[in-house]
Design a protein around this ligand. Structure first.
Ligand SMILES: [Mg+2]
Length: 114
């Protein structure tokens, strides 16, 4: 089973927290700093966890481009309904708000990846 997860966030500390959580759950993590890097590193990943506000390419645009290839869950401080609707329209499967609970993140990932 492919357990490689792409984590796209411009905050190194968030990437580190998410990576630690996922690795403890038995997943492998590929990190990207923004949507552009995310698209470059998407190959071979089973899903992506993605921030919304990032330089160069934000999470909504990333979802528009990547949702056909892998399932995407957004992880963001944003909670605005119109953004959530946009992400869903772009193909995102889920929306989680930071700070995240590790067990919540793992269960969301497990539901998608196994
Ligand atoms: Mg950000």
């Amino acid at each position: 089973m492919n357990k490689r997860i792409l984590v796209v966030d411009d905050s190194p500390s968030v990437r580190q927290q998410v990576a630690m959580c996922l690795e403890q759950g038995g997943y492998q993590v590929v990190e990207a700093n923004d949507g552009v890097e995310g698209l470059e590193r998407l190959g071979g990943c089973a899903m992506a966890i993605c921030d919304v506000n990032m330089p160069r390419m934000g999470g909504i645009e990333f979802a528009e481009k990547a949702a056909g290839a892998v399932p995407i869950v957004m992880l963001t401080t944003e909670g605005r309904a119109e953004l959530i609707a946009k992400a869903r329209a772009a193909g995102a499967k889920g929306w989680m708000v930071k700070p995240f609970k590790p067990e919540q993140l793992l269960s969301a990932v497990k539901k998608i990846v196994g």
